[in-house]
Write a protein that binds this ligand. Sequence first.
Ligand code: HEC
Length: 198
Amino acid sequence: MKQVRQALILLIVSLTALVVASACKRAERPLASSEARIGQVAQGDNGSVEPTLVTLPADSHLLAVAPKGADAPVDGAALFVANCSACHQVTGDGVPGAFPPLNGSAYVVSDNTERLVSIMLHGLQGPITVKGTTYAGMMTPFAAVLNDKEVAAVATYIRSSWTNSASAVAPETVEKMRVKWGQRGAFTISELGEEPGA
Ligand code: HEC
């Protein structure tokens, strides 16, 4: 009787080892480039929480929301809505008397993209005339919020949206301005140079 029990226990132990080993092997299978592996937490029958790893098939909907690699393109429109539209509005028309327009602004579509990027990195204060109206507000800096690619994507978006149709801004321009200015406070427009006819 004792021997039977021992044999049974041995059988159970080796079976368990086999199952675990094959599960590990499955988890180690190299991923195809179109697949992803995610952690999943399931609730056991007795209320216990059991973490598992599942491999998502290439056509999984979940893959679409998985974090993208560093090379993924950044969405200038979405970044504009998240960071700029509270003041400049989604229409780009700003708020009369408070926030200047980006739509039709000579500062936005100017060939001087270094000035545009500088305003975005460090902010702007003091009087500025845009489309014939003078504003004297305070724009918050984005140097610590957006990286070079993101600043370039937002700049490109505002230069090519609404009635604006100006060329794209390269991340290299943003990098150059970051190095040039280092850490500093908000600009006044006279430091950066006023746009004639703005
Ligand atoms: C907190 C409100 C606020 C936010 C957020 C903001 N701005 Fe501004 N922005 C201003 C104000 C106010 C001015 C005018 C500052 C002055 O009077 O000197 C301005 C000026 C500007 C100008 C120069 C004037 C013009 O209208 O062309 C540009 C370009 C600009 N902002 C772009 C942006 C972009 C791009 C973002 C998002 C990354 C952004 N701003 C986020 C308030 C804001």
